[in-house]
Ligand binder design. Structure first.
Ligand SMILES: O=C(O)c1ccccc1N[C@@H]1O[C@H](COP(=O)(O)O)[C@@H](O)[C@H]1O
Length: 216
């Protein structure tokens, strides 16, 4: 935690990048297990990274995971499960995820178009919500910034949940994003990369330097 802010660095595919992020103060390391992502890790890579990353910090990231698959990944030792999905996913599926990993470990990331209401019924099943910028093209990793004002409104309305701000966060905009959104937890991915799945050490350092300068 830096200046009261919890930080997840996502899209990690290499131990060296995880190690630097942890050294700089990352609270969570995200591994994307969605095969269509340019940052996808294989099962073997995920296992290896899970064995090296300290317990409590390992986040599984995927899209609309099948329940059998989720059970298999849960066995790898992940501590949290960030699941992206479209709004037409059944509530029964969300409930099933929650039953497998538990609400405390389930991070729900609905793909939320700007014109749609937030799907309030999902909140029953998870303690954490990731609000990412909406993209029709991808489920995450678009590098687009979201609506920081909407994040502020939703996280105030449903303040019994933990809210994670995601979407296009970078060393250049993170201070303004935190100021406008009031976020206490952020998720950083493409904004600190040199190419998809490869973190840029200078950008990672710049991000944490920017966080270190946030007014408390
Ligand atoms: O990054 C991906 O490729 C990805 C694919 C599928 C689901 C989630 C993915 N990434 C998540 O997207 C957000 C924001 O990323 P960015 O900062 O805009 O690059 C973050 O939560 C990642 O975990």
């Amino acid at each position: 935690m830096i200046n009261g802010l919890t930080v997840k660095v996502c899209g990690i595919t290499r131990w060296a990048d995880a190690e630097l992020a942890l050294e700089l103060g990352a609270d969570y390391i995200g591994m994307i297990c969605y095969a269509k992502s340019p940052r996808a890790v294989t099962l073997e890579q995920a296992r290896d990274l899970c064995n090296r990353i300290p317990a409590g910090k390992r986040v599984f990231v995927d899209v609309a995971t099948g329940t059998d698959e989720l059970e298999n990944f849960a066995d790898l030792g992940f501590d949290a499960f960030q699941l992206h999905f479209d709004l037409d996913l059944s509530l029964a599926t969300v409930a099933a995820w929650s039953g497998i990993v538990g609400p405390e470990a389930l991070w729900l990331a609905p793909r939320l178009p700007v014109e749609e209401d937030f799907p309030q019924p999902i909140l029953e099943f998870a303690d954490t919500v990731v609000l990412d910028a909406h993209s029709k093209a991808v489920y995450g990793g678009s590098g687009q910034t979201g609506d920081w004002g909407r994040f502020a409104d939703l996280s105030t309305l449903y303040q019994h949940k933990r809210w994670v701000l995601a979407g296009g966060l970078s060393p250049e905009n993170v201070a303004e994003a935190v100021r406008q959104s009031g976020a206490t937890m952020i998720d950083v991915n493409s904004g600190v990369e040199s190419s998809p799945g490869v973190k840029d050490p200078a950008r990672l350092r710049a991000l944490f330097a920017a966080l270190g300068q946030l007014a408390q």
